[in-house]
Design a protein around this ligand. Structure first.
Ligand code: ATP
Length: 348
């Protein structure tokens, strides 16, 4: 195997996590820690969603990752290097957008980027204009580059912030709530930009309190609750770890509910012509990397339990007229609720 430094770059071996934390903890005062013993592992090339309700410790974690604040305990490595120790070496390879971009409203979008570029002592002034033009093009702001930043929509401001983060090639992008406050169109624009950047090989780590957003754009996710990591893995693994619900469409709802209950389904919801119920847990438990839950993988993705074919046969045998029958895929919201026993605060 080639040595890790054979590509002439510092840092991690190929395939090594781009972000890795061990027991990362931050305590601000005498209360419970804002971040508590976090073990995070972000694979290269992933779009990694860092999910949790407001106040669950996402921004505090990102600030520690970027070396902006010191952990109370534990440590973090970025691109294989310890933070904050190696910040000067590592941060030029990392683009970040934390708590919205700092922009001068009285300057044009282009002039804002020229200022950012000029603030980088390693940036060659002779190629500055070209770099700025490329970054504006990258985020779809070339046509609006001559407008004052104060006339930009929130989505355009976020894109300008991303352009600033992309003035030089980056191996990792860290985005704190990049779509916060944006309208649906603005959200779509940021999401497609994130996908494009990832397709070019950049690992993207983004925080969000929006489950939907993580499901739409991310390949991997970590779920935070009250400063603790409660699960991490691929989005597919996480959703498969939550028990799916079975839905039966039938005019014979009462009888269908009885049969499903008999076969171990719980949390039955009986509608006008539909019954849904939670499939019982299989031997695998809560999911592949459910922290502290001790579960193993569930290859069927249905939570184990009875075979749906047998359930359908039992319904028919009991005289239930089945119009439609199927498993509903668990969402990340189901995962969150199953793991924490709490609802997800989706305000905003
Ligand atoms: N500088 C600080 N001093 C004291 N407490 C803080 C500070 N920053 C954050 N906290 C507290 O730490 C906890 C985690 O906050 P944090 O901002 O990291 O969460 P978050 O998940 O990013 O939420 P949000 O999306 O609302 O920013 C909260 O209880 C918050 O009040």
């Amino acid at each position: 195997m080639a040595p890790p430094s054979s590509n002439g770059e510092d840092g991690a071996a190929p395939g090594a996590p781009v972000i890795e934390t061990h027991g990362l903890t931050k305590r601000y005062g005498s209360g419970p820690p804002a971040v508590d013993g976090l073990d995070l592992s972000v694979p290269p090339g992933s779009i990694f969603g860092f999910l949790g309700p407001n106040g669950s410790g996402k921004t505090t974690t990102i600030r520690m990752l970027m070396g902006l604040i010191e952990p109370t305990a534990g440590g973090a490595r970025l691109l294989g290097e310890p933070m904050p120790g190696a910040a000067r070496r590592v941060l030029p390879r990392v683009g970040a957008l934390i708590e919205g971009p700092a922009l001068y409203g009285f300057l044009t979008g282009r002039a804002n980027l020229l200022r950012y570029d000029a603030a980088d002592p390693t940036a060659d002034p002779r190629t500055r204009a070209a770099r700025v033009a490329t970054a504006l093009e990258r985020v779809g702001l070339a046509a609006a580059a001559g407008k004052k930043a104060r006339a930009y929509s929130l989505g355009m401001k976020q894109r300008l912030g991303l352009a600033a983060a992309l003035l030089r090639p980056r191996e990792l992008l860290v985005l704190d709530e990049p779509t916060n406050g944006l309208d649906p169109q603005g959200m779509r624009e940021i999401r497609s930009l994130v996908r494009e950047l990832a397709a070019d090989g950049t690992t993207v780590f983004l925080s969000s309190h929006l489950l939907d957003e993580i499901e739409q754009v991310c390949t991997h996710a970590a779920v935070m609750s009250r400063g603790r990591l409660i699960a991490q893995g691929t989005v597919a693994e996480l959703a498969a770890g939550a028990r799916g619900r079975l839905a039966v469409t039938t005019p014979d709802t009462a009888e269908a509910a009885r049969v499903l209950k008999e076969h171990g389904l719980t949390d039955l919801v009986v509608g006008e012509d539909r019954v849904t119920g939670e499939l019982p847990p299989g031997p695998g438990g809560a999911g592949p990397e459910a922290v502290g839950a001790g579960g193993g993988p569930d290859p069927a993705g249905m939570g184990g339990g009875p075979d749906p074919a047998d359930l359908n046969a039992a319904l028919v045998a009991a005289g239930v007229r089945v119009r439609a029958f199927g498993a509903e895929r668990a969402s990340l919201e189901d995962v969150f609720v199953a793991l924490t026993g709490e609802g997800f605060d989706v305000a905003g």
